[in-house]
Design a protein around this ligand. Structure first.
Ligand SMILES: Nc1nc2c(ncn2[C@@H]2O[C@H](COP(=O)(O)OP(=O)(O)OP(=O)(O)O)[C@@H](O)[C@H]2O)c(=O)[nH]1
Ligand SMILES: [Mg+2]
Length: 232
């Protein structure tokens, strides 16, 4: 098997839907899942590159493994559940620290999953069914969204500051914060394919640097002069 050219890692609390998102994208279905143990990866061919996408366990007992999975990552998908504010909080509190082992120029996407279960705020402040777009007081069993996109965008900006990444050189919060549904497939292709397109130039640059390493001439010492006047 060819070594992957780049790596993307899904992180986030248990039950937010990491495995479901990956299965929706790779297998085009929404099967029943069991809580992930350790981690597992899929290989995706994107253009001429092989990208590994790692699914990790959100359960606390596997927390120690997280930084190992993030090693050398080109992009990290921080996933939360739009119905569970605590799951967004956990991203900053528990998962961000695991990303220290990722590449220095690692990209971050913040993904609010399970939007199919929610209603959206309508223009007049009323609730609107996110799937059908209908406004009304009795809109099925859906609940108002608990975490709004602005909260995720604020976290994205905070992460750039924390990582000391220049906001002007990184993709904007609007591009890197997604709301998805693994159940309906909403925005799932957009999420993964946006990341692939951003990661590919990074891989190309990295490969170019590896094939023509820069020689630091300041560390090439001048030849020593021997007593006889010859160079040693
Ligand atoms: N309605 C709805 N349910 C979802 C969605 N995504 C996942 N689920 C359900 O949420 C539960 C957890 O999904 P998983 O994909 O196993 O969650 P996970 O983040 O991988 O969890 P861990 O492996 O424990 O870290 C399952 O019952 C899924 O069917 C979604 O977009 N909409
Ligand atoms: Mg899982």
């Amino acid at each position: 098997m060819r070594k992957p050219d780049g790596k993307i890692v899904l992180l986030g609390d248990m039950n937010v839907g990491k495995t479901s998102l990956l299965q929706r994208y790779m297998e085009r279905r929404f099967p029943d899942t069991v809580s992930t143990v350790g981690g597992a990866f899929y290989l995706k061919q994107w253009r001429s590159f092989n990208i590994s996408i790692w699914d990790t366990a959100g359960r606390e007992q596997f927390h120690g493994l997280g930084s190992m999975y993030c090693r050398g990552a080109a992009a990290i998908i921080l996933t939360y559940d739009v119905n569970n504010p605590q799951s967004l909080f956990e991203l900053e509190d528990r998962f961000l620290g695991l990303t220290e082992t990722a590449n220095n120029d690692c990209l971050f996407a913040i993904v609010g999953n399970k939007v199919d279960l929610t209603t959206e705020r309508g223009p007049e402040g009323g609730e609107k069914d996110q799937a059908s777009g209908k406004t009304g007081s009795c809109v099925s069993s859906k609940v108002p969204k608990q975490v709004h996109p602005e909260d995720a965008m604020a976290l994205y900006k905070k992460i750039l500051k924390y990582k000391m990444l220049d906001e002007r050189e990184m993709p904007g919060a609007e591009q890197m914060c997604f709301e998805t549904s693994a159940k309906t497939g909403h925005n799932v292709d957009l999420l993964f394919e946006t990341l692939f397109d951003l990661v590919v130039p990074m891989i190309t640059r990295q490969k170019a640097e590896e094939s023509s390493p820069i020689v630091d001439i300041t560390i090439c010492k001048a030849p020593k002069q021997t007593r006889s006047g010859c160079c040693a």
